[in-house]
Each structure stands twice: as C-alpha cells, then as structure tokens.
Write a protein that binds this ligand. Structure first.
Ligand code: ADP
Length: 213
C-alpha cells in the first residue's frame, strides 16, 4: 500500500518543526521527507536530517534536473520538496510528513490534491512573536520579514484539509496523531488490506447459495 503524504505548514514560528519532531518520536509507521534549502544551517541542525543544505547554484541545478515536486522562494531563501524522496518513501508504504512553508504548501496541494494537509496556527500573534524571538535563530531583519509575512500566511488556513492550534504542545501533538490515524482508515486506502477478509466471504458464499426451506 502507498503511504499518505502529509503536508504540515504554518507561518514561521508556528511550531511545525517542533510538532513534526514530536509526532515522529511518538507515532509508528511514519517518516519524514527531507527538503532542500539554501538558508543557513541553525545551531543543532544536521545536514540531511532537518534539510539538505545547499547553495543557490546547486539548488538551481536541482530545479533544472526536475528534482522538485515544488519549490518556492520564501523569506529570501529557496525551499524545495524532493520528488524522489517523497516517491520512494510513500512507495515503501509509510506515511510521509513534509514540512512546507505556506506558499510551497499551496503549490503542492495544487499538484498533489490527494495529500493530507494540516495547517498549524499559533494561539495568537503575540505568542508567535514571543516564540520566534525566544528561538533566536534569525537576525532582527530576518525576524521582521517572517513576522510581516505571517499576516498574509495566517489567512491561508482554510486551503488546508485540517487545522491544529499549537497552544499546549502535548494537545497539539495528540490532535496531529488523531488526524494521521483517521486518514489511514479511509475506505479507499484499505482495499488491499481488506482483500483477505473479502476473500473469506467469497470462499464461504457457496454454502449459503441455496434458498432456505
Ligand atoms: P516553525 O518550524 O514553524 O518555524 P518551530 O517549531 O521552530 O516553528 O517553533 C518556534 C519556536 O516556538 C521554537 O523555539 C519552539 O521551541 C517553540 N514552540 C513550538 N511549539 C510550542 C508550544 N506548543 N509551546 C511553547 N513553545 C513552543
């Protein structure tokens, strides 16, 4: 069976990275597709784990090679989703989480309408601002750009199939797990899994084919 592609998006600082880390840690049969970016690596990040960190020239080569399912320039950096990784991982039957900025998610939803999309909202603008400032990963100029972009990005929540408010972390993680589990139970995703059950009905049917007296 092909795994679900699950797109997690939010304004910068909304908590998608944190939520994804927690969901991966606590949910079986789920994996993460590593995207490419030209942004600087942050302290604690590892090339190939959070992102593949590449320069602009390499990024443009990858665009030309058709390696991106979608890519976008956001907050002055490029971000791109690896087509080969998404295909390989979903083909292995695992659900695949993808962390995508809001612009990239909109592009992706247009080309992969079957994807499960979850928008993460911070509980309020002041909380978003405080969290981004405490994260302290951007220069003050970059921080301003991210906060300014958040005003239009937050309005995009209704383009997504699901939305989760990231107030209490444990609660938000549990809500994400619930969405992921529910999607696994869609009838059209279970045709293969149900084949043995249906076969057992088929095998027994002849015993009941005569009209009862
Ligand atoms: P994004 O990946 O969307 O840019 P992050 O996951 O980096 O956002 O979260 C932004 C900051 O907010 C991080 O420093 C993170 O530790 C913190 N954070 C995320 N979720 C919560 C939460 N529920 N409660 C408190 N702090 C949080």
């Amino acid at each position: 069976m092909i795994g679900n592609l699950i797109i997690i998006s939010s304004p910068s600082g909304g908590g998608k990275g944190t939520l994804i880390r927690e969901v991966l840690r606590t949910t079986p049969d789920i994996t993460f597709s590593v995207s490419y970016t030209t942004r600087e690596m942050r302290a604690g990040e590892k090339d190939g784990r959070e992102y593949f960190f590449v320069d602009v020239e390499r990024f443009k080569d990858l665009i030309a090679a058709g390696e991106f399912l979608e890519y976008a320039e956001v907050h002055g950096n490029y971000y791109g989703t690896s087509r080969s990784q998404v295909n390989d991982l979903t083909s292995s039957g695992k659900d695949v989480l993808l962390e995508v900025d809001v612009q990239g998610a909109k592009n992706l939803l247009a080309s992969v309408p079957d994807a499960v999309s979850i928008f993460v909202l911070p509980p309020s603008f002041p909380t978003l601002e405080t969290r981004l400032r405490l994260r302290a990963t951007e220069s003050s100029g970059d921080l301003q750009v991210r906060l300014r972009n958040s005003f239009s990005e937050i309005l995009e929540y209704d383009k997504f199939r699901f939305a989760v408010v990231n107030d209490d972390l444990e609660t938000a993680v549990e809500e994400m797990r619930t969405i992921i589990r529910s999607e696994r139970h869609r009838t059209n995703r279970q045709n293969t899994a149900f084949k043995a059950i249906l076969d057992s009905f088929d095998a027994a049917k002849h015993r009941f084919e005569k009209e009862p007296n």
